[in-house]
Design a protein around this ligand. Structure first.
Ligand code: GCU
Length: 673
């Protein structure tokens, strides 16, 4: 039964050309848990795709697909030493050589596994000339991680796909089959790390009882090349360790973390490291003791260092007192540049505020030149309609990665300043906040699976075209039908912009309801809401105009960017229209490039978002005979919800802003029902 649980391993269509590419044999001479996976994947896939029983052989024969590592000298003769060296730990080559043999080679078994999944993907998408392959793949980032915001009680913070995958109550005795299915899905797209628990971390995760549970998950993940990491609560030494405080300068606290690290590595020898949210949104941290983020991070880093562990210290610091939340992370972290240990990496959200449908890049990227930084993206759609709206995040991720920071001259994009191309980073990493839960289809919306997929693909290769990724995902998940793939890839590519239009066009942000972050609430008047959620903190609507003045005449957040970004953002005539109201407060009659005034354009954009959502629904409805009935209906219902809610967003925001603009809604819009 096709129900979405198979993720991107669903479709088994092949085109005629691909059918010719079936190897006669699979040559695998080594044995290990990872090789068993390689063997099973190849046999299962070749058998289903080609309907042919392809035998595994131990002595090389013509017509073989050979998989192995550089330890096998009979395979390496077809490759130069330097090209093999450049593959590093995870890279691979797939090359067709003489006698109609195709070799998948890597320096490690995990690299060979990645090569295997790549090869299977080529078959599944019938993509290349499969009888004459020469592919070299080396990942952009060494560490490609999912962050789960999963609580130990089974709930998931900002999770919209059911409860947590991790069955803490049943572990370590019972091992859910979902753990392996998860590991397989991740390995197939190159993800090699998983932070199991919420950044708002319960100290309990470091109790021996939980470490024993974690070690069982780590064991399932290991042959798939996935390391386990944990979010830790900075106050753990006092909360579970019985110490009087968690001061990073206290000898007892330092010793507590050293002992804990030793225990962790005894139980989980390949443990990846810690993720830390400190002194943000009420979480404890080194500032509680008059110490800096660097003091805190370095203390933990020293404890993990003997075992090769790392600390991912988050730059998402937030306290509501300042006049511009967008500046806070830069203000706190820039003075610490160069003070972190080499096994610390600062994990920075893509934008300066919080995973909005559109934000400029965080100004820290490229600016902290003596500290290693990693991007944090959000795959779960906290502010983009949860798992109810179809919005493909590939375009958001790519826009961010491709943004030029200019910090080391032209073409020093976020990709390049984080993947080691510009700075000599000791660690390179990227994280995505997972959208995975116990739902049958894993992610709540069938199309939300594509966001997990595209995150993994970009973590592997940050230069990929996300349109190609969307197409390849559609082919593997649904169908090879050309009309289907071209129609739905168009929808996917447009979908994030549609959400921006009906929620927060022209650089608006944070108009979502307080607490849940779902529907519109730019008027928030809830008692107890954080100060920055109160009306007008972000949009600053008044009788004169709209937008947050972060220019040099306002909070001067623009000064945090390198030139020419700083001057471009500072000048409303140069600032990209998509970010206009992020950086400027402009009069309602301000004239935009297309000649329309701000108020009229705002109304147009909101309405355009609705029209786009309607178009997505119409497109889907034309594809009924190309998709299995269950998934067709499920997506259809979600798209109907999306249209309804796009209208809700448009009407709520336009009518609310009209109370400030006091201008009529352009009559050609919003026809009476
Ligand atoms: C957002 C989100 C919180 C989360 C926080 C974080 O504010 O709403 O749920 O804890 O980000 O990233 O730490």
């Amino acid at each position: 039964k096709i129900d979405g649980s198979q993720l991107w391993f669903t479709n088994t269509e092949l085109n005629a050309e691909t059918i010719k590419a079936c190897p006669d044999y699979i040559y695998l001479s080594q044995k290990s848990e990872t090789y068993n996976i390689i063997k099973k994947e190849l046999q299962d896939n070749l058998n289903t795709l080609f309907n042919k029983d392809v035998k595994v052989i131990k002595k090389l024969k013509p017509g073989s697909l050979c998989v192995g590592t550089t330890a096998q000298k009979n395979l390496t003769t077809y490759f130069s030493d330097s090209e093999l060296k450049e593959l590093g730990n995870d890279g691979f080559i797939i090359r067709t050589v003489k006698n109609n043999n195709t070799i998948i080679i890597a320096n490690t078994e995990i690299g060979a596994l990645y090569g295997t999944y790549h090869y299977i993907r080529l078959l599944q998408t019938s993509k290349d000339d499969l009888v004459n392959l020469n592919i070299v793949e080396v990942p952009s980032y060494d560490r490609r991680l999912l962050n789960h915001w999963d609580n130990l009680n089974g709930t998931v913070e900002r999770g919209y796909a059911g409860h947590s995958l991790w069955q803490w109550d049943e572990l370590p005795a019972t091992i859910s089959p979902r753990y392996e299915a998860y590991a397989r899905a991740n390995a197939s797209i190159g993800i090699n790390g998983s932070v199991l628990n919420n950044v708002n971390a319960s100290p309990d995760i470091l109790k021996t009882e939980y470490l024993n549970k974690v070690s069982v998950i780590a064991k399932v993940f290991r042959p798939y090349g996935i390391k386990v990491y944990l979010s830790v609560n900075f106050a753990s030494p006092s909360v579970i360790g019985g110490l009087s405080d968690a001061n990073p300068k206290s000898a007892d606290v330092i010793q507590w973390w050293k002992d804990k690290a030793k225990e962790i590595y005894t139980i989980i020898p390949d443990f990846g490291g810690f993720l830390v949210k400190a002194n943000s949104e009420g979480q404890p941290g080194p500032n509680d003791y008059g110490c800096t983020h660097a003091d805190g991070a370095n203390m933990l880093a020293d404890a993990l260092q003997p075992y090769g562990g790392i600390v991912m210290w988050r730059a998402f610091v937030y306290n509501p007192k300042g006049n511009d939340r967008a500046k806070q992370s830069y203000d706190e972290f820039m003075p610490l540049d160069g003070q972190f240990r080499s096994n610390v990496i600062i994990q920075v959200k893509n934008g300066p505020v919080d995973f909005q449908p559109r934000e400029p890049i965080s100004s820290l990227f490229g600016q902290m030149k003596h500290t290693t930084l990693m991007p944090e993206l959000q795959i779960t759609k906290e502010y983009l309609g949860f798992s109810d709206h179809l919005s493909f995040l590939g375009t958001l991720f790519k826009e961010f990665l491709d943004t030029d920071t200019y910090t080391e001259g032209r073409n020093t994009t976020v990709s390049k300043v984080t993947d080691g191309s510009v700075f000599n980073d000791s660690i390179t990493a990227i994280a995505g906040v997972a959208n995975i839960g116990l739902d049958t289809n894993w992610c709540g919306h069938h199309f939300a699976q594509a966001n997990w997929y595209v995150f993994g693909k970009l973590a592997w290769n940050n230069q990929l075209s996300v349109r190609d990724v969307a197409k390849e995902w559609l082919m593997q998940t649904f169908s090879h039908d050309e009309d289907f793939v071209s129609s739905m890839s168009r929808v996917m590519m447009e979908s994030r912009e549609a959400v921006v239009n009906y929620m927060t066009p022209l650089g608006l942000h944070h108009l979502m309801g307080w607490g849940h972050h779902y529907g519109p609430e730019p008027w928030c008047v809830i008692e107890g809401a954080r100060p920055d959620w109160l009306p007008t903190y972000y949009h600053k609507a008044d009788s004169i105009g709209l937008g947050f003045n972060r220019s040099s005449t306002g909070t001067n957040a623009v000064a945090q960017y390198a030139e020419p970004l700083k001057s471009v953002y500072d000048d409303p005539k140069l600032c990209p229209e998509e970010l206009l109201l992020w950086f400027h407060h402009l009069p309602w009659d301000y004239e935009l490039n297309n000649g329309k005034d701000l108020w009229t354009e705002l109304c147009y954009r909101y309405n355009l978002g609705v029209e786009q959502a309607q178009q997505f629904e119409e497109t889907w409805n034309t594809l009924q005979n190309k998709v299995d009935m269950d998934r067709f209906k499920e997506v259809q219902q979600k798209l109907a919800t999306q249209v309804r809610e796009a209208i809700w967003w448009r009407d709520a925001c336009v009518l609310y802003f009209q109370t400030f603009s006091d201008r009529p809604i352009p009559h050609e819009l919003f026809k009476p029902v």
